[in-house]
Design a protein around this ligand. Sequence first.
Ligand SMILES: Cc1ncc(COP(=O)(O)O)c(C=O)c1O
Length: 498
Amino acid sequence: MTGPAVRANSLSFEWATPAYPARVELHISLDGPGDLSTRMYDQIRAAIVAGRVQPGQRLPSTRELARRLAVSRNTVGVAFERLLAEGFVHGRVGAGTFVSATPLPYTDVRPATSPLRPRPVWDRLYEPLVMSDVHAAFDFRPGVPDASRFPYSTWRALLTEQLRPGAVGSAAHIDAAGVGALRSAIARHVGVSRAVRAVADDVFVTSGSQQAIDLIARVLVEPGERVAVEDPGYPPVRGVFTAHGAQVVGVPVDAEGLVTDALPDGVRLVYVTPAHQFPLGVAMSLRRRLALLAWAERTGAAIVEDDYDSEYRYGGRPLEPLHGLDHTGRVLYVGSFSKVLLPTLRLGFVVAPPPLHDALRKAKHLTDWHTQVPLQAAAARFVADGHLARHIRRMRAVYAPRHQMIQAALTGPLAPHLQAIPSAAGLHLTALLPAGGDDTAVVARAEARDVALQPLSRFGIGAGGPQGLVVGYGAIPTDRIDEGLRRLADCLENGPTA
Ligand SMILES: Cc1ncc(COP(=O)(O)O)c(C=O)c1O
């Protein structure tokens, strides 16, 4: 062995052995983050993987390395033991440590491509929106609640309670349907607030309502079967059914909600948002609700009722959910904590009739065993102790003036450019552009003025649907609404809408 070539905190070893007379170089630098053993391990491993040190070659001894690098022998020993344990080197007592000849399980070279391709259906599905990527001073996007009012200290206390030894029971997986206390609390909550008649056994806790839809698709829909959805409607739900191989058919929506007369034949399942149609915001009339239930009874179809934001009503009588009108057990009621708490918690549920319980439990188990237990247990206390009802009351008082301000603007100063769709619930209002309008152009102009909102056409199936603006008021602070709407008015006035 010759060398060392000393640098600050680093050494280059050059050595030759009788078996490998060519000189080899191993450079080890101790600079940088991480403990010394790990740095040494990383660099020797990299030299082996890159082929700079050949199989069969003997490494310098631990004693030699320790002496020259001025580190303890133990430090070098730890690095060598890792290399030995992972099969990069092998040792012979008295003879030294040799680079292994076996094919290496690792490579440091990341393949730039691969022959593997996803199933074709994934090419047909849209790119997921990353909602947290948008930062606008005037954020009118729908689907985002007011995170500044989230009851952080109550949740912190409830979660902390769950994160103590013993609090979450054993470390074993629980019933896939969810924590019993939360299932009971949800059954009581939807019974009182939405007249949904359910017992705890009917409730399945899911990772957001999105997963509830996914489980329902797995349990009820065979590939190739028809699923009817509202058009315009909620794209992530269409995506679930498409990904499961269903034939997704759009059904138009008018001022009374889903046009039941337009439902096609041979439908296995229909997905609706009757309390507050997404995205138009209309409520489904009682006449249509009854027509939908009668149609389902006649055809044998299942109905999925997504009640995603009906907790917030600003006048008018709350309309009874389809679930409450259903006497034949055809309606699955889906709820979400995304609007009343935070979408990032990923907490939702489905209330399902008994013949589906076993399959839903199996589907949930196969998907992810169950939703996080500490989160479920904290949510159970949050609902059962009355925090949820209080929070909803408080937030209704926050959102009501925002709803009113936007409604007043849509029907007042913005009326020459937009036709507001009457709506008395939820966290967004929608307005139509005149014929020939281009909502994506308006939204792009708004974005340039730091105003974020959604074009209605985004939610339609195919081109040619209504053009308009979907204006949310969950995220925007009340004192920014006037200025935000002024900017929006400028975008509508100063620029072609077609
Ligand atoms: C129609 C509809 N359903 C459900 C949700 C909530 O979904 P999740 O519970 O998966 O967050 C939203 C949120 O924007 C929605 O618009």
